[in-house]
Design a protein around this ligand. Structure first.
Ligand code: IPE
Ligand code: IPE
Ligand code: MG
Length: 229
């Protein structure tokens, strides 16, 4: 009897390698971020059209990324603002709902307004939920959740903490990191407990729906045991 295939509901992606992609071409790093943003759109479309994918969470800006040179941080903030505004039509086209995880209060009021607006306008879509991790750090997410429970005098256990996290789900199925780096960089530590990991050397601006499909084909046949036999 053949083994049942794994179903893919919750996908997370660490979009890495934008800077190296640009450098290889003799371009400024920010060009890599621009091209990377286009890829995020293509992958979201793929996920919206995929039968079983419910959420795709992209790592767009970590709590540690503030350490980068000021011009790059400023560029990323501006890119995010203009990209989101421009993206509204594609969220509608793909039937994609936009959500975020991370501390967006750390952003400018203008950017926060854009984020809130796009969330409101896309809240009714149901083909896929695209979650951007923005000013996100997993340790911070967990610590803040525990703190909220403690302040309310509630017991801290796996269930209460898991549901108190900002992310609207508990278990990731598949985690992909591009650019050859093999680490989590403070990304969704709790949610990745039993996910399947894939690392590809492809730099994010070169990543394609076709490569995602290849990874998913391998994922569905992996042997997920969850500690059992
Ligand atoms: C990922 O690409 C995008 C962000 C972190 C915003 P990088 O900017 O980290 O690209 P590399 O890793 O320097 O090539
Ligand atoms: C992780 O990539 C963050 C994002 C992709 C947004 P980094 O490029 O910042 O991670 P490190 O520094 O290589 O671990
Ligand atoms: Mg990087």
């Amino acid at each position: 009897m053949s083994k049942e295939k794994n179903i893919l509901k919750n996908l997370a992606i660490i979009m890495d390698g934008n800077g190296r992609w640009a450098k290889e071409r003799g371009l400024v790093r920010t060009k890599g971020h621009e091209q990377g943003a286009n890829i995020t759109r293509d992958i979201t479309q793929y996920c919206a059209e995929h039968e079983t994918i419910e959420t795709v969470t992209f790592y767009a800006f970590s709590t540690e990324n503030w350490k980068r040179p000021k011009y790059e941080v400023t560029f990323l903030m501006k890119l995010l603002d203009s990209w989101l505004k421009n993206e509204l039509q594609t969220y509608h086209k793909f039937g994609a709902k936009f959500e975020t995880v991370g501390n967006i209060e750390g952003f400018s009021p203008k950017l926060q307004e854009t984020i809130a607006y796009i969330k409101k306008e896309t809240a009714h879509h149901s083909n896929v939920t695209q979650i951007l991790a923005l000013n996100y750090g997993s340790r911070e997410e967990i610590a803040k959740a525990a703190n909220r429970l403690a302040k309310r005098g509630e017991e801290i256990n796996e269930e209460s903490l898991g549901t108190e996290l900002q992310t609207p789900y508990i278990d990731l199925d598949l985690m992909i990191r591009t650019s050859g780096e093999q680490r989590l960089s403070n990304y969704l530590l709790w949610q990745n407990s039993y996910s399947e990991f894939f690392f590809t050397p492809t730099l994010w601006p070169d990543f394609t729906p076709r490569e995602l499909e290849d990874i998913i084909d391998q994922y569905v046949n992996r042997n997920r045991r969850f500690g059992g036999l």
